[in-house]
Ligand binder design. Structure first.
Ligand SMILES: Cc1cc2nc3c(=O)[nH]c(=O)nc-3n(C[C@H](O)[C@H](O)[C@H](O)COP(=O)(O)O)c2cc1C
Length: 359
């Protein structure tokens, strides 16, 4: 008996199966506005139980990369509305991932008047792609003032309300992979000496206040969060208290009643492995839905679900390359390989032209 293709109650929602399309930035949103090409891409994949969108900025300050969508303007809400309507018609539920890039940005990628903000003025190592001038070193961000903290939290709440107006079933807070929320959690990027820096109770405060604000705006059944304990992407080194810090987060997020926690394991992409112990800690301490992701194929997804390690499995690259992934996995059919060279390039190539099986 397959669990992967059986229905699942995510809070009040019924998912048509337990396969989640993982959030994937695809940089097709010209002028940061969701468009018809994006609608086609998501609809092609709407046999998933749940689609989590690509990282989407809650405000102009959050737009670190070129051509990523936002959800702060009326045109963006309208663009997303067309996408959620079409996806719902095919049966999938849809959450928008709210991604504020923080220091992982470049002024050339930001609209006029937007600012690169982070907990502290610590620049990331490495470079950032810009449409205007190609690869550029990461500049140092501005350390957020108390006023910036309050206004950024308000931006998240506004974006969450917009998500509901746009027809989304909920939001996923992107608190993984080195973006703003994780920049507050980690000591290398958070060197603050106020109530938002220092011990984990302070470094977790911004994330928890954002969670409380979006729950206040749209309700706990519509709010999930993505975390990457032991993740090192975007210049976030490992440190001794990592496990204790994320154990604290598991407890605090459970107390706030979010509908899911979604854990990232990027070891299949060459990152250091995420210890099984931390996944088990979340399973034990977080009582609502747990989503695991990273390197899943159908067999591993089925066995993790059967063993009770998680409730849902999220899949990235296989969904990117196989619009009909659910059918292919269910029938043990061959799968298309993803083409990395078109992950982030504009236009339909490598986006909406992956072949589907003939029926
Ligand atoms: C092209 C691409 C873009 C991605 N963009 C995001 C993103 O916007 N937000 C996020 O949380 N993770 C992002 N990820 C990570 C995926 O959600 C996922 O965790 C990763 O691909 C590992 O899962 P997989 O082995 O099933 O591909 C991205 C991955 C890829 C390949």
């Amino acid at each position: 008996m397959s669990m992967l293709y059986s229905k699942y109650a995510l809070g009040p929602l019924t998912l048509q199966n337990r396969l989640v399309m993982a959030p994937m930035t695809r940089n097709r949103a010209t002028d940061n506005i969701p468009n018809a090409l994006m609608a086609e891409y998501y609809v092609q994949r709407a046999t998933a139980g749940l689609i989590i969108t690509e990282g989407t900025a809650p405000s102009p300050n959050g737009l670190g990369y070129p051509r990523i969508p936002g959800i702060f303007s009326p045109a963006q809400v309208e663009g997303w509305r067309r996408i959620t309507d079409a996806v719902h018609a095919k049966g999938a539920k849809m959450f928008v991932q709210l991604m504020h890039c923080g220091r992982i940005a470049h002024p050339l990628n930001l609209p006029a008047g937007a600012r690169m903000l982070a907990p502290s003025a610590v620049e990331a190592g490495g470079e950032m792609y810009t449409d205007a001038e190609g690869m550029k070193p990461h500049p140092a961000p501005q350390a957020m003032t108390e006023v910036d903290i309050r206004s950024t939290i308000a931006e998240y709440a506004h974006a969450a309300k917009n998500a509901v107006t746009a027809g989304f079933d909920g939001i996923e807070l992107h608190s993984a992979n080195g973006y703003l929320l994780e920049q507050f959690i980690r000591p290398n990027t958070n060197q603050r000496t106020d109530g938002y820096g220092g011990p984990i109770e302070n470094r977790a405060r911004f994330v928890l206040e954002v969670a409380e604000a979006v729950i206040g705006a749209i309700g706990m059944d519509k709010v999930g969060i993505r975390l990457s304990p032991f993740g090192v992407f975007n210049d976030m080194p490992l440190y001794d208290a990592m496990e204790a810090d994320y154990t604290y987060l598991a407890q605090q997020l459970n107390a706030r009643g979010l509908v899911f926690v979604h854990l990232v394991d990027h070891s299949p992409m060459g990152a250091p492995p995420v210890p099984d112990a931390i996944k088990a800690t979340f399973r034990k301490l977080f009582k609502r839905t747990l989503i695991l992701s990273g390197g899943y194929d159908a067999e591993r997804a089925e066995s993790d679900l059967a063993a009770g390690r998680c409730d849902l499995t999220a899949v990235g690259r296989p969904f990117l390359a196989n619009p009909d992934l659910v059918d292919r996995w269910r029938t043990n059919a061959a799968v298309n390989a993803p083409d990395m060279s078109t992950f982030y390039t504009p236009g339909p190539k490598g986006y909406t032209d992956y072949p589907v099986l003939m029926k």
